[in-house]
Ligand binder design. Structure first.
Ligand code: FBP
Length: 548
C-alpha cells in the first residue's frame, strides 16, 4: 500500500507512556465504591460487580510476567480517532504479560461476537495500524449487546478461542452493556473478564473518574482547523455568513470546544437553550441581532456554530419529535405507503394541534428529515437534520422583515456546512495517540489483575503523558437509574455541557466581544512534531476544566 510521507513517519511514532506502565506494574486496590446515585437499585442489579474498589497501577521493581492470556476486542459505535492505538496498546500489554498471549478482534462491532466473526490480530496487522485513524482494522457496528441470548452465543466463541478477557471499546451505552455483560458472566461462573474503554468524539462520556473520552481531542482539532480556514476566507471576502453544524449528538461539547478554539461570532450551546427555555424564534432572533449589529459596522460576514442536537433541546421541537417518534413507531408502514408529495400533509393531520402547527411551519426539507428512518433505538437521527439550513433560512426571513422596517440595512448571504465525518477517522493527535495507547496498556493490566466490570482509566491528562495515572474504575460506580423507552434502566450518566463549568464560563465571558468584533482564531492543522506546546496540547475544554 502506498503511504504518504506523514503516514510513514506516524507509523514509527512511539506513544508516550505513563511512567508507571513502563516496567513492572503493581496493582493498588483502593476503597470500595458506590454508584453516583440510586445505590440500592444498582447494587441489586449488579450483585457480583457492585461496590468494587478503584484500582491504580504503580511502577514495581518486579518484572510483570504471567501465563499466556487470550484476549478479545470489539469496537462499538461511531468511529473516533485513536481506536487502533487502544488495540495496539492492548496487544503490546498482553504480549508483555507473556509472548504467547493472543488477541482476537471481533468484526464489525458487537455483532461479530454474536455471529462468531473474528480475526486473530497478529503483530503484522497491528503494526500496519499503529497511530492511524479509523476503526477499519476490525470495523465497528451499532448492534446493541443486551440480550442474554447474545451473551450466551458470545460465550460459545469466547470459550472456543479460550478467550479470558473481552475489551469493549465504546461510548456510554456500549460501556453500560459491557457492565451488564460482566455481571452476567460472573453470575453464571463464566471465566471471562469484561473491560470497557471510553470512546466517543462527542465528549459526553466523562465524569469524576473519566476525564475525557478518546477521539474528542483530534476530532475537535480537525473541525477547528477547517472552521478557522473558513473564518479566514470569510474575513478576506467579507461577504458570507457561514452556518456550521457540528457533530456531537445531544451534547454540545464539540461546538463549545470549537468555539473556544476559533472564537466565532456566534456559537449556540443546546444545554443553555434548554436551561433558559428558549424557543426557536429566540435563537433565530439572537443570531439575526448579531448579524444586524455587525452589518451596522459594514461587516456583512461571520460564523455561527450550531451543535447537531440543538433542536432536541428546544422544548417545542422536543415535543414534536417525541410525538413523531411515537407515531412512526406505531404507524411506520402506513406512513411509508403514503406518496412522497402527500406525506407532509398526512403527518400534519395526525399530530396534536401545537405540534402540527410547528411541523407545518418548517421548511419542506427539514419536515421531511424529521420523518426519515429512525436509529436502532427508534429515535430521530439528529445528524440527518439540516439545522444549519433551517437557521440560515429563518434568519434570512427575519432580516428581510427587519429590512422592511428599516432595522437592518446590510446584506445577508448565508452558506451552510456540516462537519462530522471529516473528523471521526482523522489521524490521531499526539494526545489521542498517547491516551489511547495508554488506555489499551491499562486494559491489559486490568486483565492481568483478574478483575471484571471495570473501565480502563487514565487520569491527570493535562500533565505530561509520563505523569498520567493509570487505573481501573468499576463501571457500576458511574451508573444511575434512568427512564429509557418507558422503563427504569441502569446506565452510565451521559455528560452534557456543564453550565456551571469553567469552559462554558470562559465562553460566556467572551462571547459578546466575539459577536461584535472579528476576533477569529485560525488554529491551523494538527501538529505532530515539535515543541510540546505545539503538538501535545490537550483540548481547551480539558485545560480549562483542570485549571487550578
Ligand atoms: P458514538 O456515540 O457511537 O461515539 O457516535 C458518535 C457520532 O459520531 C455522533 O456524533 C453522531 O450523531 C453519530 O455518531 C452519527 O452516527 P452514524 O455513524 O451512525 O451516522
Amino acid at each position: 500500500m502506498i503511504k504518504s510521507a506523514l503516514q510513514q513517519a506516524r507509523s514509527k511514532y512511539s506513544p508516550k507512556l505513563p511512567k508507571a506502565l513502563e516496567g513492572g506494574v503493581k496493582t493498588v486496590f483502593g476503597a470500595a465504591t458506590q454508584s453516583v446515585s440510586d445505590q440500592e437499585a444498582i447494587a441489586k442489579l449488579f450483585p457480583n460487580t457492585y461496590g468494587l474498589p478503584k484500582l491504580t497501577f504503580e511502577a514495581s521493581s518486579e518484572a510483570t510476567s504471567g501465563t499466556p492470556i487470550n484476549g478479545g476486542v470489539i469496537l462499538s459505535g461511531g468511529q473516533a480517532p485513536g481506536g487502533h492505538n487502544v488495540i495496539a496498546g492492548l496487544f503490546d500489554g498482553l504480549k508483555k504479560i507473556h509472548p504467547d498471549s493472543r488477541l482476537y478482534g471481533f468484526l464489525m462491532g458487537p455483532d461479530g461476537l454474536v455471529q462468531h466473526n473474528y480475526i486473530e490480530l497478529t503483530a503484522d496487522i497491528i503494526d500496519e495500524y499503529r497511530n492511524t485513524g479509523g476503526f477499519d482494522i476490525i470495523g465497528s457496528g451499532r448492534t446493541k449487546l443486551e440480550e442474554t441470548a447474545q451473551f450466551d452465543k458470545g460465550l460459545e466463541i469466547l470459550k472456543k478461542l479460550d478467550i479470558r478477557a473481552l475489551v469493549i471499546i465504546g461510548g456510554d451505552d456500549s460501556n453500560t452493556n459491557a457492565a451488564v455483560l460482566a455481571e452476567y458472566y460472573k453470575s453464571i461462573g463464566a471465566p471471562v473478564q469484561v473491560i470497557g474503554c471510553p470512546k466517543t468524539i462527542d465528549g459526553d462520556l466523562k465524569n469524576e473518574q473519566i476525564e475525557t473520552s478518546f477521539g474528542f481531542d483530534t476530532a475537535t482539532k480537525v473541525y477547528a482547523e477547517v472552521i478557522g480556514n473558513i473564518q479566514r476566507d470569510c474575513n478576506s471576502a467579507r461577504k458570507y455568513w457561514h452556518f456550521i453544524k457540528l457533530m456531537g449528538r445531544s451534547a454540545s461539547h464539540i461546538a463549545l470546544e470549537c468555539a473556544l478554539q476559533v472564537q466565532p461570532n456566534v456559537a449556540i450551546i443546546s444545554e443553555e437553550v434548554e436551561a433558559k427555555n428558549l424557543t426557536l424564534d429566540d435563537v433565530v432572533t439572537y443570531i439575526a441581532e448579531v448579524v444586524a449589529a455587525r452589518a451596522a459596522k459594514g461587516e456583512n460576514f461571520g460564523t455561527v456554530l450550531i451543535p447537531e442536537g440543538l433542536i432536541e433541546f428546544i422544548p417545542a421541537f422536543k415535543a414534536l419529535i417525541a410525538e413523531l417518534n411515537d407515531y412512526l413507531a406505531h404507524h411506520e408502514a402506513e406512513f411509508r405507503a403514503v406518496p412522497a408529495d402527500e406525506q407532509r400533509a398526512y403527518v400534519a393531520e395526525h399530530l396534536s394541534a401545537a405540534n402540527s402547527a410547528l411541523y407545518a411551519s418548517l421548511p419542506a426539507t427539514v419536515a421531511r428529515q424529521l420523518t426519515l428512518d429512525r436509529d436502532p433505538h427508534g429515535n430521530v437521527q439528529v445528524s440527518l437534520i439540516e439545522t444549519e439550513k433551517l437557521l440560515a433560512e429563518m434568519v434570512a426571513t427575519k432580516l428581510a422583515a427587519w429590512k422592511e422596517e428599516g432595522r437592518f440595512t446590510g446584506k445577508f448571504s448565508p452558506l451552510t456546512h456540516f462537519f462530522g465525518y471529516e473528523g471521526r477517522c482523522a489521524m490521531p493527535s499526539n494526545f489521542d495517540a498517547d491516551y489511547c495507547y495508554a488506555l489499551g496498556r491499562t486494559a491489559a493490566c486490568l486483565i492481568a489483575s483478574g478483575v471484571t466490570g471495570y473501565m480502563s482509566s487514565v487520569q491527570n491528562l493535562t500533565a505530561p503523558a509520563t505523569e498520567w495515572i493509570a487505573g481501573g474504575i468499576p463501571t457500576t460506580m458511574m451508573m444511575n437509574m434512568e427512564r429509557r423507552h418507558g422503563e427504569m434502566k441502569p446506565v452510565i450518566q451521559k455528560a452534557l455541557v456543564d453550565l456551571q463549568g469553567k469552559p462554558f464560563a470562559y465562553f460566556v465571558a467572551n462571547r459578546a466581544e466575539w459577536a461584535k468584533d472579528t476576533c477569529f482564531i485560525y488554529p491551523g492543522p494538527i501538529q505532530f512534531y515539535g515543541e510540546p506546546e505545539l503538538c501535545d496540547q490537550p483540548s481547551r475544554t480539558l485545560s480549562l476544566e483542570q485549571a487550578k
